[in-house]
Design a protein around this ligand. Sequence first.
Ligand code: ATP
Length: 261
Amino acid sequence: MSLDIRNLTVARGPRKVIDELSLPSFATGEFAVIAGPNAAGKSTLLRAIAGLLPSTGDVTLDGQALHALPRAEQAKQVGFMPQSLESRSALTVLDSLMVAMNAGGGLAGRALRGPAAGRHALEVLERFGLADLALRPMAALSGGQRQAVGLAQAMIRDPKLLLLDEPTSALDLARQFQLLSEARKLAREGRIVIAVLHDLALAAQWADRVVLLEGGGLRASGAPAEVLTPQSLSQVYGIDARVERCSEGRVMVMVDGLSQP
Ligand SMILES: Nc1ncnc2c1ncn2[C@@H]1O[C@H](COP(=O)(O)OP(=O)(O)OP(=O)(O)O)[C@@H](O)[C@H]1O
């Protein structure tokens, strides 16, 4: 399976935020991270791939034009975990998963309501270590708990393509580790997983590939050690940074200051 993005253009208001963007293909098993400064267009790109924002150009999954599929079919192929953590919902965590399961027509070939649906939702919560939260209202969760539930919601239909928008922003160090190792595992099981991350140390540690965006365009794409260099960080973020190479090909990024204008 591959995800191909060619000549993607996305406008927000009157302005083209992403203009004719093409990316190297993403392949099954891959965990890719999209990085870049604030307002680079990372969330816009992710939402456009998910079909949540109108776009022109080609987004194909396994050669199939993703956005030409009926909405329910798109929702089965693509799981999207949004950045926003707000929830005033009185729904329980378990109910919120059932809603996610049935949105856009539900899971193909499964009993969608009643005990079978509840069992499926519980299995997914168990997989992510969240079964204890099943009966808690969404509004009564901490930001980090809500973010962890967001991953379970995005995974409820077992999508082939999983898109995560800043999935670790509210998580403590242990849960960041847990979520990113889970994200990589989900990729290795036969999916494509793409996450927006600001933390370049986490990107370097976990990603197979880093896609660096700047001003809605592609600045670099490749293995973390190729993409995260002092030169590229200076050009894209305007920082003086050291990039240290550690064991297992990992890199560590240390920011010493802002580049001189
Ligand atoms: N709803 C909107 N209406 C108009 N412009 C928007 C809207 N949302 C985002 N934009 C603009 O689109 C551009 C890209 O925003 P986007 O949220 O995709 O960036 P980002 O790289 O995800 O940023 P951040 O790291 O700050 O979350 C920005 O210039 C932003 O102001």
